[in-house]
Design a protein around this ligand. Structure first.
Ligand code: ADP
Ligand code: MG
Length: 583
């Protein structure tokens, strides 16, 4: 067994484990398929006596009894077919449902670094397309294997019993067919993998276009996007054609091989000794059986490849499920922290990237203080703010909260201590009220909600909407302006009452007018907490207890507004520059 075959076997075993809870449904499906195939064989085995006794011997009684028999047989066949299809689909849909649920939950538990590396489109396509592929291909191949496999074997046994001389030819062609099948399935496995990857690209590309629709329109990117998609789309089609071509060629080859067997039978029958011993019924039945075997044989040829396709899909799903989730080994439960934060010689590079992003970052924020981070874009401010909730693991150094190293804290308790308002506000397709209270397990009183909505100046625009706070905003809040979205995010943070607050350019989407309006809300928000504020407007920063100036991942200056101005360094320059433009 080769390595890849061993892996396939493992994947199949793992997939089978998903079927175990539904084993009775599976058993019923198997019985249905067996019954269906055996009834067909039984029906054909009655053909010789129908011809020999009924037609040749002109037995009218026999012929009168045959119609009833035919109808009964077909009723039973229908019942078996229904049981098989229904049960197999029942099991299959359950397996798809389980896999989808697991993927969904796993995506949520994967670290931020995983999501940095994978596009949303690719991940969505696994939940929707790949899981469905697993169901379709495996259930189809299973039913072909059982139903057609039993049918073909049954016919073979029957033919050998009727005339082993005529049927012996099958022993010769079987190995030839096996060789063709094995060649075909290798090629199929490769092509299926390509198709699945290509499908992921189709989704990724579409997703990119839909997300960046406005940018494309304003920068005239239609042509570029059109061509990019055309390439990917065409690649997917080509793979599909290759798959179909392989299937068609293999089917034709097998049928030609089978025609030799048929020709051989007719030739053999021409010998006088053979003619003596063969009845018309037997001969007709053997020839008819051979013809009837062509379709199931064709399906059996591709059954392995079909199954391989399902396995390829399963493998890609399992690969995601095997991705390590966020390390949550900390046992310390942080509760009611005061909010003393300390960074000690923190070095950091993003996982999978060589470039070091933070060098030797050390600073402290005492409980209740406001620390402002300033510096050019790309200097590492956002990175610092995403290390605090442990979205990423440090390369070296320590971060402590109230003297407790955050590595030893459980993730949920750590993240419960902070509210983060970032540049990119994520809103869910729900009411404004539910977006504000998002993630809170305890119910929130209406007064409290109104209070924060008022303070964050959400009420101001919500009152003009048809249902006030209960207005449903579209997906990701598309019907709201950037400033309105940020006010909702601020209300969300206000409601949370966490001891630590991180504001990452939280007011960047606001115009001066709205910023002035919510300045009071922000001041309210900052009160009584430890705050890490990243702001692009220096006016927000002046009041900070400590200002940290960053450049290319390093802290180059630290101090209060007056101290830094007196030092006449980078901060002083920045200040003068902005002071000049704002006047
Ligand atoms: P700032 O917030 O100060 O503008 P960032 O902390 O976002 O800067 O970025 C600091 C550096 O880290 C930049 O050079 C940026 O390219 C890099 N960086 C930011 N996010 C990632 C990421 N998810 N993966 C890899 N590199 C990143
Ligand atoms: Mg940033």
């Amino acid at each position: 067994m080769s390595v890849s075959e061993a892996k396939s076997a493992n994947t199949a075993k793992r997939l089978l484990r998903y079927v175990i809870p539904y084993k009775f449904g599976f058993l019923a499906a198997a019985i249905g398929m067996l019954g269906y195939a055996l009834i067909d064989v039984y029906f054909i085995s009655k053909l010789p006596s129908f011809i020999d006794v009924g037609i040749n011997d002109k037995n009218a009684d026999y012929l009168r009894y045959a119609p009833v028999f035919i109808v009964l047989i077909f009723i039973m066949r229908g019942v078996f077919n229904f049981i098989a299809s229904y049960c197999l689909n029942w099991v299959g849909t359950h397996v798809v449902q389980t896999l989808r649920q697991q993927l969904f939950e796993h995506y949520m538990r994967l670290p931020v670094s995983f999501h940095d590396k994978h596009s949303t489109g690719e991940l969505i396509s696994k939940v929707t397309y790949n899981t469905e592929q697993i169901k379709q291909t495996t259930s189809r191949s299973l039913s072909v294997l059982l139903r057609e496999g039993v049918f073909v074997s049954g016919l073979l046994v029957m033919m050998f019993l009727m005339s082993w001389q005529l049927s012996a030819i099958f022993l010769l062609i079987a190995p030839v067919i096996a060789v063709v099948v094995s060649f075909v399935s290798k090629r199929f496995r490769l092509l299926s993998r390509n198709i699945q990857n290509a499908m992921g690209n189709v989704t990724t590309c579409s997703e990119q276009m839909l997300n960046g629709h406005k940018v494309i329109l304003s920068f005239g990117g239609q042509q570029v996007e059109k061509e990019r998609f055309h390439l990917i789309n065409n690649l997917t089609r080509q793979q599909d054609v290759k798959l179909e071509a392989t299937r068609a060629i293999s089917v034709s080859t097998i049928q030609v091989i089978a025609s030799f067997a048929l020709a051989f039978v007719v030739y053999m029958a021409s010998f006088p000794e053979m003619l003596e011993s063969l009845s018309a019924g037997t001969f007709t039945t053997i020839v008819a059986s051979m013809m009837m075997m062509l379709r199931p044989l064709k399906q059996l040829t591709t059954v392995n490849s079909e199954f391989q396709r399902g396995l390829a899909a399963a493998k890609s799903v399992f690969a995601i499920l095997d991705e390590p989730v966020e390390q949550d080994t900390g046992t310390v439960q942080l509760t009611d922290t005061k909010g003393d934060i300390s960074f000690k010689q923190v070095n950091f590079s993003y996982p999978g990237h060589d470039k070091q992003v933070l060098y030797d970052i050390s600073f402290t924020a005492k409980a209740g203080q406001t620390i402002a981070l300033v510096g050019r874009s790309g200097s590492g401010k956002t990175t610092i703010s995403s290390l605090l909730p442990r979205f990423y693991e440090l390369s070296s150094g320590d971060i402590t909260i109230d003297g407790q190293n955050i590595r030893q804290c459980s993730l949920s308790s750590l993240r419960n201590q902070m509210a983060i308002v970032s540049q990119h506000v994520t809103l869910f397709n729900d009411t404004i009220a539910n977006n504000i209270s998002y993630g809170l397990t305890a119910p929130v009183s209406a007064e409290r909600l109104l209070d924060v909505a008022e303070k964050a100046h959400v009420l101001e625009f919500a009152n003009q909407l048809p249902d006030g706070l209960n207005t449903v905003i579209g997906e990701n809040g598309v019907s709201l302006s950037g400033g309105q979205r940020q006010r909702i995010a601020i209300a969300r943070a206000l409601l949370r009452q966490a001891p630590i607050l991180v504001l990452d350019e939280a007011t960047s989407a606001l115009d001066t007018e709205s910023e002035r309006k919510i300045q009071a809300a922000l001041d309210e928000l900052l009160k009584g907490r430890t705050n890490i504020v990243i702001a692009h407007r220096l006016s927000t920063i002046e009041k900070a207890d400590k200002i940290i100036v960053m450049e290319q991942g390093r802290i180059i200056e630290q101090g209060t507004h007056t101290e830094l101005l007196a030092a006449n360094g980078t901060y002083a320059q920045l200040y003068k520059l902005q002071f000049g433009t704002e006047q």
